[in-house]
Design a binder for this molecule. Structure first.
Ligand code: RAT
Ligand code: ZN
Length: 464
């Protein structure tokens, strides 16, 4: 990366290439993934067969699969057989041009497997992966992708996962940090929360729920608590749920707003943890694809609910990303007005080059560098390579346009730096509002601005 401390003067001609180089080379922090460490055994997904059976690709495969390949038939097959089918359908019989297909190609190229790709030699590709020693391979991928560390998604009430954390926590590489995922709280799913409480020997009460969150925060030491909200999530909840008769309520338990206000928020305040929300996934829209995690669709979310939540709890830091392109502009405005809200990433169906480009330009125009441009959402280790390569290219190009496009010309006074949007340390980006995060964020923004625009803020001059 270029030395941001030097006084090199950039001109309108040199600022573009310098910025592209910075964005390409900066070591990023990946604030949301589904990666898990090698010590978690089969939960850690890696290798060509996991890459080919990524749910984006399986969903795409069913668009072109022969009619006799039903969902039932496909999901009854072994991973290897599924991967063969996807390879044949999307990479051999057709040109792999979708973003998810291109991703596999970029990944294999980055691993030096161009020849095998050109020959459509899946066997050769499998043989290469089989030779890798896992711990070294993990390190190699993070190094090649220039990712300093990635935040995992850790779900305490999924038994398969929990067994790796208690009674004893397995070792976790320093390349991975933790996030405590609690979708069932934001969903108001009291029945499943009670099941989890029972398993832990805790009271099935609000106090028990708080104790549960404290306990798992103690085990994970997470960067934040997080949840993807139901597509029709509202805060506060519509009156009907809130005004249930006491008897019905005793049976139904607590609603999403109550759980948020009386358990999640107090524990996050107590532990100085931010709350990361993902809005707009329509779970189970196509249940046939649920076995591969591909059954979810997108819905426009209620951004006003998010704004109401942030206003009600000004001491809590909220992080947010939305799935629907239709929500993006409204959300950006809300972020600009809401000091305890931080926008991150182009999520899932928005993680496509055309949308990343559009969102990066809009966000930079409206927020400057006060947002986190991207997260990868990787499920399979090697996806770090393509998700970051592709995003870096598009984000870099979008920033060049923001900095040099008409009708303004920008004269940065020292070399640009991409840290702002891709790698502000989580201590600054994720710091809870209540612990002086404003100062830290302001300082970070200042540094980032210094990075991009030089020690003196950028001079904007009208084109003559
Ligand atoms: O992008 C994905 O892989 C989705 O299936 C979801 O996991 C989503 O990212 C989420 O975190 O809910
Ligand atoms: Zn995710």
């Amino acid at each position: 990366m270029r030395n941001t401390g030097s006084q090199e003067v950039l001109t309108p001609e040199t600022v573009g290439p310098a910025l592209l180089e910075d964005v390409r080379d900066v070591e990023v922090i990946d604030v949301h993934t589904h990666l898990l460490p090698p010590s978690h055994g089969k939960l850690m997904l890696w290798g060509i067969d996991e890459l080919l059976t990524y749910h984006y690709l399986v969903s795409e495969y069913f668009m072109v699969a022969p009619a006799e390949i039903t969902h039932e038939l496909f999901f009854a097959k072994t991973k290897l057989e599924q991967s063969d089918l996807v390879w044949q359908g999307l990479f051999v019989e057709r040109s792999p041009i979708s973003e998810a297909c291109q991703g596999v190609i970029t990944t294999l190229q980055r691993l030096g497997l161009e020849r095998q790709v050109a020959d459509r030699d899946l066997r050769g590709i499998r043989a290469w992966f089989a030779q890798q020693s896992l711990d070294e391979h993990v390190e190699n991928i993070f190094r090649l992708a220039k990712v300093r560390y990635a935040v995992m998604t850790n779900i305490p009430y999924v038994e398969e996962e929990a067994q790796h954390w208690q009674p004893e926590a397995k070792p976790v590489t320093s390349r991975l940090r933790k996030a405590l995922r609690i979708d069932n709280f934001l969903k108001g799913d009291w029945a499943s929360i009670c099941e989890a409480l029972k398993k832990e020997g805790l009271d099935e009460t609000m106090d028990g729920a708080k104790e549960y969150l404290r306990k798992w925060a103690g085990i994970y030491k997470p960067e934040y608590m997080m949840a993807s909200t139901p597509h029709d999530w509202r805060y506060p909840e519509p009156a009907a749920a809130a005004s249930m008769k006491p008897l019905v309520k005793a049976y139904a338990g607590f609603g999403a707003s109550e759980l948020l206000e009386e358990a999640v928020v107090p524990v996050c305040e107590e532990l100085s943890l931010p709350i990361a929300l993902k809005l707009g996934a329509w779970r189970g829209m196509s249940p046939d694809l649920d076995p591969c995690c591909g059954g979810d669709g997108v819905a426009s979310a209620d951004v006003a609910s998010l704004q109401a939540l942030c206003a009600k709890f000004p001491k809590v830091k909220f992080l947010v990303t939305v799935l629907s392109r239709a929500n993006q502009h409204e959300l950006t405005v809300v972020c600009q007005k809401t000091r305890n809200l931080h926008l991150y990433g182009c999520w899932w169906y928005c993680n496509n080059p055309s949308i990343i480009e559009e969102l990066t330009k809009m966000r930079t125009e409206m927020l400057g560098t006060a947002y986190t441009a991207q997260h990868s959402d990787c499920r399979v280790l090697e996806q770090l390579l393509y998700k970051w390569d592709h995003s870096r290219q598009i984000i870099g190009e979008a920033l060049v346009i923001c900095l040099t496009g008409p009708p303004w010309i920008c004269f940065p006074l020292s070399p640009p730096c991409a840290c702002a949007l891709l790698s502000a340390p989580s201590e600054e980006r994720l710091a809870p509002h209540s612990r002086g995060a404003q100062t830290r964020l302001a300082a970070a923004a200042g540094r980032l601005l210094r990075g991009i625009h030089g020690p003196v803020s950028c001079k904007r001059l009208r084109r003559p």
